[in-house]
Design a protein around this ligand. Sequence first.
Ligand SMILES: *Cc1c(COP(=O)(O)O)cnc(C)c1O
Length: 431
Amino acid sequence: MSLSLEMTMVKKTLPFTKEQIQKIIRKNPTPFHIYDEKGIRENARRLYKAFSWAKDFKNYFAVKALPNPFILKILKKKGMGTDCSSLPELLLSEKVGIIGEDIMFTSNDTPADEFVKAHELGAIINLDDISHIDFLERALGGKLPQTICFRYNPGPKRTGGVQLGDPKEAKYGLTEEQLFKAYQVAKEKGATRFGLHTMFASNELDPAYHLATAKMLFELVVAIKKKLGIRMEFINLGGGFGVAHKPEDVPLDIETLSSEIKKLYTHLIMANGLDPLRIVMESGRMITGPYGFLVTTVRHLKHTYKEYVGLDASMANLMRPGMYGAYHHITVLGKEDKPANHKYDVTGSLCENNDKFAIDRMLPEVERGDILVIHDTGAHGHAMGFNYNGKLRSAELLLRANGEVVQIRRAETFDDYTATLDLKNLEKFKP
Ligand SMILES: *Cc1c(COP(=O)(O)O)cnc(C)c1O
């Protein structure tokens, strides 16, 4: 495979100045996540432009990445739908008027009531297992939806030189044999419109993986038509499109990827008379990830066996470094041009030693009161937040395209922390 990669480094830039942030902090104390509306909109436009050759292309934004309805509203305006996998995500989508076939319900281990709600909303239901055909049919009172999609698990298959995953490990999807059976059964039960989905990559920057996904799905569309006479209406490439977190990462070249997919489409789909076939995806991370920033203040500096920078943010605001060892770039605001000649562990205040945003990170000399900006927190950042250790989730702000700043979620308070406790009963309670 010869994709031309642009071997340039990503410059980790900020959409705001230090003065702007200082002004914002006067009204909104740190820590907070701030999202760059202009960046999100331009990125969405770029994706849709890259796939403009594909008829009715759509990205169903994976709500789990950034479940804030203000963001969903921006994405809706850009032509996106939602990819939901739970009842609350469906309800959030409904709140901003993303309903009907603009919802892809890609769930697993799903309870009946969630299938019912998804169907009520008119969502496209994407089944994770062959046994779910009967389960869904029963949940909906004996009738399968007209439109049905299945999630394919390629198991140990190789395509285009890419190993598609470890069959022992992936809990998702149907085997190839089950997949053919499933379409047959669904058709017999009255389904008339069909989709095919897969997802095996995660945060993948190598276009070869995404191209292999497209190729595999196109080939299956051809095989399913030949074997079962069933014509696929759409393929769903899933998510897993990567974000260039490190300055040396080569960003995913979406234009080249799209034109390579177009070539495959011509050779496999058009050549077999299966055009038009809709191409959709359900990317979350790539859509908002690079356009979120966790803004935090240095509380303490500590010198023991190592040098520590202690922040007012913690793992409760951004779990990825602590949980996966994920790299998130850090800018010391106002010191961008100073040499990064000090080695620090950058920590939060949780009583867990993995509450570190960075280990052995080279930064300019940091002082108490410095503002640190942690990059690429626009997906799986605030969303993964939790209350362990009495840590309260931060606010979310939106930097509008016109420079205005809007609070789109306030910070949690102690009342939020205790909202699920029966404190009235506590007074009467005698141990
Ligand atoms: C998480 C997820 C996505 C989105 O993945 P990204 O990493 O945001 O691209 C899409 N589809 C399914 C089924 C998922 O679980």
